[in-house]
Design a protein around this ligand. Structure first.
Ligand SMILES: NC(=O)c1ccc[n+]([C@@H]2O[C@H](COP(=O)([O-])OP(=O)(O)OC[C@H]3O[C@@H](n4cnc5c(N)ncnc54)[C@H](OP(=O)(O)O)[C@@H]3O)[C@@H](O)[C@H]2O)c1
Length: 292
């Protein structure tokens, strides 16, 4: 199978490169393709004639998105539309990455969201990503839309210059007083595990919408405490609230995703977020990323 991967040197993209090593893989970085350019996107797809396109490209600095609305929609909505049109013209399938931030408006919710739950984004990024999903559904028949959340991987999010795990390790090593939000609940997800599941999914013809995350849930503070515990660190850290933290963009208080559709097609649940985190910390150590 010929797979064209967009965002190949990003956090998820670089783990997909590892998991798709046995496929005929075309790995494209932002320098090779800009999905905001409709003509260039069509020409690139025609040149490589893939069977499947995987799109990990996004503008996902969630707080910046609130003020940089044009860019948010240019990449996450219009760029996705350009790609869907090019895939349709080329006759290839598309796997596109989306987000738990399509949810959040139901402030009472405390049970995992399934794929059939109504969406209700509460920030500009979530609105733009949901609009991107809508364009794919409207334009294409053969697509997989994968929503995931709280991603971390050894490459770090190139759009954000790192990931939450690395930030928590760095702050602890610098001996800082740390405050971490303790009233947002999600499922931390290791991009290597997600990439493995995506590699399985694109071999099926079970098209549609999927939630894919590591199993289990925690707050950002609980996630941080587990990172420090597993790394033998004991920083001066305190839980705080979303309100006191005062981020620019609103974020869901609860956005855990039930991976119901994945189970429905007979693919196993991913391992727990704690097991995945343990492996991640070992992987980063073996890459020489010391935390002290
Ligand atoms: N990170 C999370 O916690 C999270 C949570 C839920 C969902 N997601 C979704 O998962 C996907 C992957 O996230 P990630 O953390 O792996 O992100 P990432 O590391 O920032 O990777 C995104 C890649 O896309 C490239 N890109 C950006 N704009 C582009 C454009 N216009 N055309 C082509 N390439 C472009 C980036 O290149 P440059 O950096 O060179 O611009 C980067 O290599 C995204 O769709 C994101 O919305 C992420």
């Amino acid at each position: 199978m010929k797979v064209l991967l967009i965002g190949a040197n990003g956090q998820l993209g670089s783990d997909l490169v590892k998991k798709l090593a046995n496929e005929q893989l075309v790995s494209l970085s932002h320098q090779d393709i800009d999905i905001c350019e409709p003509v260039g996107t069509r020409v690139t797809l025609r040149r490589y004639a893939p069977d499947v396109v995987i799109n990990t490209a996004a503008y996902h600095k969630v707080d910046e998105c609130e003020t940089n609305v044009e860019k948010t929609f240019a990449v996450n909505t219009c760029g996705v539309r350009n790609l869907a049109l090019a895939c349709k013209e080329q006759g290839c399938a598309l796997l596109h990455m989306s987000t738990d931030y399509v949810f959040g408006g139901d402030t009472e919710r405390r049970t995992p969201y399934t794929e059939i739950d109504p969406t209700h984004p509460i920030n500009v990024y979530g609105v733009a990503k949901l609009a991107g999903e809508c364009f794919i559904r409207y334009i294409m028949d053969r697509y997989w839309i994968v929503r995931s959340q709280w991603l971390y991987g050894v490459a770090g999010a190139s759009g954000k210059g790192g990931n939450f795990v690395e930030l928590m390790l760095r702050l602890a090593c610098e001996g800082r007083d740390i405050k971490v939000v303790d009233d947002q609940v999600g499922s931390p997800t290791y991009t290597l595990d997600l990439a493995d599941k995506i590699a399985q999914l694109i071999k099926t013809d079970h098209y549609g919408l999927y939630h894919i995350t590591n199993v289990g849930e925690c707050t950002w503070y609980e996630f941080a405490c587990k990172i420090w515990e597993l790394s033998g660190l004991n920083p001066n850290a305190k839980p705080t609230t979303t309100e006191s933290f005062g981020a620019v963009a609103s974020r869901p208080a609860y956005s855990v995703l039930d991976n119901a559709a994945l189970r429905g097609i007979g693919l196993d649940d991913m391992r727990s977020w704690e097991e995945a985190l343990t492996d991640y910390l070992e992987a980063r150590e073996s890459l020489g990323k010391a935390h002290r």
